[in-house]
Ligand binder design. Structure first.
Ligand code: SF4
Length: 323
């Protein structure tokens, strides 16, 4: 596969896209249909670029510029983070040799034994997805971060997933209305699901959970396997809103790799830790905001405000009914 499809802001990728003569004012039906199809599949985690000869892949270079316009019109974090994660996952899956990608990215690097040496300033520009990506967990010497091949591929994936969101949202006032139609369709199709919980946990109001925590909870309830960080954010959230320990543990019992001893030990360890704020969850790609999120700065703030509003509504309703 052409590596430039995975580094879509590279000079060769831009040149390919220019060759397709993308017209933003009078949209090209084929290009936009392809972009919509790919974006739809990306949102459901079902897309990979096909393994075809470069000559058959030319039309795919229209995807990135067109997708950035559509994402700018939608302008929602959940679309941005899924788009970035797509490039991150694809590079992790497809990239075998970091050297070629580093050259395409025009990053100043050196090779020493089995290590790739990346400039410190460039290293910190890549999005952090987990603890092990942090600079404090790397070898740093003379302004360069020393990375193994595996860590270099991970770094490239994070760097590209950061760059694909650069300068978004774009100014889209003048683009063809077809872009806007597709953006609206995608926005409606991928509205975050708000599950209707029937369970009652002491005084916990499950309907006031913020979408980020609902997503993690859904993964657990579907016997999934949330990441270490997702489990951490979810547990600290539950403890901060004063959910009883046994109820939090009950959620974890649904995970596919549940081990009671380990789960109890880890939950006890973090029981007093505060829940992180929205900025942290956003930086980890775990934010799926709904309209209510604009009024808050943390998942706990969301919960309190929403639960409080509901209580107030109920009080108002009962007052109205007694009048
Ligand atoms: S804005 Fe905050 S509360 Fe809302 S989904 Fe994102 S992280 Fe969660």
């Amino acid at each position: 596969m052409d590596i430039n499809l995975l580094i879509p802001f590279s000079k060769p990728a831009k040149k390919n896209a220019e060759g397709l003569k993308i017209d933003l004012l009078n949209s090209n039906k084929e290009q936009l249909t392809l972009t919509k199809t790919i974006l739809t599949k990306i949102m459901t985690d079902e897309f990979s670029f096909p393994e075809l000869d470069t000559k058959y892949m030319q039309e795919y270079f229209a995807f990135y510029p067109c997708a950035r316009i559509i994402l700018s019109i939608i302008n929602k974090d959940r679309f941005y983070s899924t788009f970035a994660k797509f490039y991150y996952n694809q590079i992790k899956k497809e990239l075998k040799d970091p050297k070629e990608a580093l050259e395409i990215l025009e990053l100043n690097f050196k090779q020493k034994n089995e290590y790739y040496l990346i400039e410190f300033e460039k290293y910190v520009k890549a999005k952090i997805y987990s603890e092990k990506d942090k600079l404090t967990n790397q070898i740093v010497k003379d302004g360069f971060v020393h990375l193994t091949k595996e860590k270099t591929i991970n770094y490239i994936a994070r760097y590209v997933s950061t760059r694909v969101l650069e300068n978004l949202p774009l100014d889209v006032k003048a683009v063809s209305p077809t872009f806007k139609t597709i953006a609206n369709e995608l926005d409606v199709t991928f509205k975050p699901k708000v599950p209707k919980y029937t369970m009652k946990i002491s005084k916990t109001n499950m309907n006031a959970f913020p979408p980020c925590m609902q997503m993690i909870l859904n993964t657990m309830l579907e016997k999934g396997n949330p990441s270490h960080m997702e489990r951490y954010y979810f547990a600290t959230f539950c403890f901060t809103i004063k959910m009883p320990f046994e109820n939090v543990l009950d959620f974890f019992k649904n995970t596919s790799d549940y081990d009671e001893k380990i789960a109890k030990y880890q939950l006890l360890k973090i029981q007093k830790y505060p829940c992180s704020n929205c900025d942290t969850l956003k930086s980890m790609g775990l934010c799926y905001p709904d309209d209510f999120c604009q009024y808050i700065k943390s998942p706990v703030g969301y919960y309190l405000k929403k639960a409080y509003n509901r209580d107030e509504e109920k009080t108002m309703d009962s007052k109205e009914n007694t009048n």
